[in-house]
Design a protein around this ligand. Structure first.
Ligand SMILES: [Zn+2]
Length: 492
């Protein structure tokens, strides 16, 4: 962390922070320290024993900048010189996230491109672009192996951790193959899909052959695993309890539903761990519901690594902070940026538990969101608040105050004549929806490139501007310690 700013006086919560300002000497010292670290940096060209892929869902560079300021302010600073844990990683690049059919990707193609090395249409996962959405057709033949399945076949362990449901698009990018991301339980499958042999994502996760099955799965979505009308009830119509199916596959399999049960797990006695901590997505750390039995992303990451690292051949793990995206969709920057901070904390846990000599850590996003940080406000004003300087509110063309953070699209307070006069108390409410230009019930994703941060073996290859599919090639190369051959079905 850099310490450029002196004389900070932190007030409580989101309050204004006063500061004396950085000296020229402080900038000079910071720049020289950064240069010295860069000059000493030698690329690690070795093989990766382990890979941890962090996804901040919807975390564009705008979320990183705003998230950094927010996280720094939550800790009593002005925010601008704070470093999120992944901003300390030495290598960075830019990833182009478009799908094969749209400028702006959804999370399905977004993750699938990274885990399979092949882009597909929006809505599809683990298949090539020959599929049609919501149509099974020949989709089973379009399946492309994921880096997680390939790692499993090489004898590594594999896991996926998320704050969403475990059958949501991003976690499904580790294990799923489907032309339709919403086929999460069998009750979601239309007759055509059943007829052509497509199966739901929950079943794909549990019923996968042992040689490619995930070893650790932590997140939400209990409903997708339990039978409808059962006790406790779920949404499955095949009558199966997939949590029991998970347990029956190995005497060293465990299933948990609470944070206390997760913490109590002895990794020495557990090889296969399923944890479903909510019926759907996990709640935000901001909300009371979170504090009833829900583990933090950091706690799930820690336990996943403890279990997976017992494999002497290594492991591959995906960790997703899913709700950055979900709260951006609602224009609720407070909860979205809280989840950027949660991702940062989980990266810190992983960086501490693994060595950069043998573990490749990649932190990126599947796509961006239309968040922007507008000018006019003095440093030290709460980033979630109104633009202001020296106690004087900045105003738009109509004379109304405006928020520092706003969105291109979504349900937030609109601009123009009809929007209510905002005051600081109103906009600092945790439930406030930041202003949005184009009114929509749910904010649209955004299509600009997303940042990638990396450390460890072959991390130096993360550099420049590339298609998101390149990350697959880097991970595969890092596991093999050599350049891989094409393994697409067309060139096998
Ligand atoms: Zn989204």
């Amino acid at each position: 962390m850099r310490a450029l700013w002196g004389g900070m006086i932190a007030l409580t919560g989101l309050a204004v922070v006063a500061m004396a300002g950085p000296s020229a000497d402080a900038y000079d010292a910071d720049g020289r320290a950064h240069l010295e670290a860069a000059l000493k940096r030698l690329p690690n060209t070795g093989k990766a024993k382990n890979i941890i892929l962090f996804i901040g869902d919807g975390m564009g560079i705008n979320s990183v900048t705003a998230g950094r300021i927010f996280a720094g302010q939550q800790r009593g600073g002005n925010g601008v010189t704070y470093d999120l844990a992944f901003e300390k990683l030495p290598y960075t690049g830019f990833s182009r996230t478009h799908s094969t059919d749209q400028y702006v990707t959804d999370s399905a193609n977004g993750i699938s491109a990274i885990t399979t090395g092949v882009k597909t249409i929006n809505g599809a996962i683990g298949v090539d672009a020959s599929v049609k959405r919501e149509t099974c057709g020949k989709a089973p033949k379009a399946a492309i192996p994921t880096i997680f399945e390939e790692a499993k076949r090489r004898g590594l362990s594999a896991g996926v951790v998320t704050t969403s449901g475990v059958t949501d698009a991003t976690p499904a990018g580790a294990y799923g193959h489907t032309p339709e991301r919403s086929w999460r339980a069998d009750s979601d499958l239309p007759p055509e899909a059943v007829e052509h042999g497509c199966i739901d994502l929950a079943r794909q996760l549990v019923d996968a052959p042992a040689e490619i099955r995930m070893d650790v799965v932590l997140g939400g979505d209990r409903y997708e695993f339990l039978p409808a009308g059962g006790e406790p009830t779920g949404v499955r119509r095949d009558g199966r309890d997939l949590t029991k199916a998970w347990l029956s596959q190995s005497p060293r399999a465990t299933y948990v539903e609470t944070d206390a049960a997760l913490v109590a797990i002895d990794p020495a006695k557990t090889d296969h761990l399923l944890g479903l901590f909510a019926t759907g997505d996990l709640p935000s750390p901001v909300d009371a519901e979170y504090h009833k039995n829900v583990p933090s992303l950091s706690d799930m990451t820690r336990k996943a690594i403890e279990v997976l690292k017992r494999n002497p051949k290594g492991f591959i793990l995906m960790v997703e902070s899913a709700s950055i995206d979900k709260w951006h969709h609602r224009n609720n920057a407070y909860r979205a940026l809280t989840d950027v901070d949660e991702l940062s904390k989980a990266v810190a846990v992983a960086a501490e538990m693994t060595g950069d000599s043998d573990t490749l850590i990649i932190v990126t996003a599947d796509h961006s969101h239309g968040l922007t940080l507008s000018a006019g406000s003095a440093i030290g004003e709460p980033v979630l608040g109104l633009a202001q300087s020296d106690g004087v509110l900045k105003r738009d063309r109509l004379g109304n105050p405006y928020t520092i953070l706003s969105y291109a699209t979504g349900p937030g307070e609109g601009g123009g004549e009809d929007h209510p006069l905002l005051d600081e108390k109103m906009v600092l409410d945790p439930n406030f929806k930041q202003q949005a230009l184009i009114p929509m019930n749910s904010a649209q994703h955004a299509g600009e490139d997303v940042p990638v941060y990396a450390r460890g073996p072959q991390a130096y290859l993360i550099s420049g501007s590339f298609e998101s599919t390149y990350l697959y090639q880097v991970m595969r190369h890092a596991l093999q310690g050599e350049s891989g051959k094409c393994r697409h079905r067309r060139c096998r």
